[in-house]
Design a protein around this ligand. Structure first.
Ligand code: SF4
Length: 215
């Protein structure tokens, strides 16, 4: 499922015209890679083939993703959310081309991307500027308050330097993207939430505390 929305705790495939409630609008999620440079303890990718968002036929090509957009019921779309059932920046070139296509074809839609914020490490260069003018919001997973705790949870392939690199990326994003938020889930405990708030103050980042959802 490349394009989908969530409804009544289930997924609705938006990669084709679906008959929906004509006046209702839904966020449309874009799922175009299952790869990631982390291996988070809580990641739903561990379910693989048992999950509806696992791309059983492999990653769709850029052309296939564009076609899915052209087939989608855009009249039912509120915001576009690039998320992947994986890390979208694993396909950085295609991601930027896709965002450019969305910007040119659907200029009125707001576009958000959810990311682990490790693209600078993945590509060995600054990457935030690639999103200039293409994203309204970037949502970056902060997860924890220290490098050690972050690594324990994310099991990032880049090791202990990952946390600082993610924070530096988030700060850099503020130069190019109007709304930058970092996120944690509400089940990490009050002390850890307060410690994350301190990190965000130090880096002048907006923190969003998300409700934990197991699926
Ligand atoms: S960063 Fe996201 S996609 Fe990657 S392992 Fe963690 S939860 Fe899964």
């Amino acid at each position: 499922m490349i394009l989908y929305t969530l409804h009544n705790n289930g997924y609705i495939d938006f990669s084709e015209k679906v008959k929906l409630f004509p006046k209702e609008k839904f966020n449309m999620y874009v799922n175009f890679t299952n790869r990631c440079n982390c291996n988070c303890t809580f990641c739903l990718r561990h379910l693989k083939n048992d999950h509806k968002l696992w791309l059983k036929d492999g990653e769709p090509s850029l052309e296939e993703i564009k076609q899915a957009f052209l087939n989608a019921p855009m009249e039912n779309v509120a915001d576009i959310v690039i998320c992947g059932f994986g890390e979208p920046t694993m396909r950085l070139d295609d991601l930027v081309k896709l965002l450019t296509f969305i910007h040119q074809t659907y200029p009125k839609f707001k576009v958000r991307m959810n990311t682990n914020g490790l693209s600078d490490l993945e590509y060995g260069k600054k990457t935030a500027m690639l999103f200039k003018g293409l994203l309204n919001t970037i949502s970056i997973s902060l997860n924890e308050s220290t490098s050690e705790k972050y690594l324990e949870v994310t099991r990032s392939r880049f090791g202990i330097k990952s946390y600082k690199a993610m924070l530096d990326f988030a700060v850099d994003c503020k130069n190019y993207i109007p709304n930058v938020v970092v996120t944690i889930v509400d089940i990490i405990g009050e002390d850890e939430i307060n410690a994350c708030k301190k990190v965000c103050e130090e880096y002048s980042l907006n923190l969003r505390i998300r409700r934990y959802e197991a699926n």
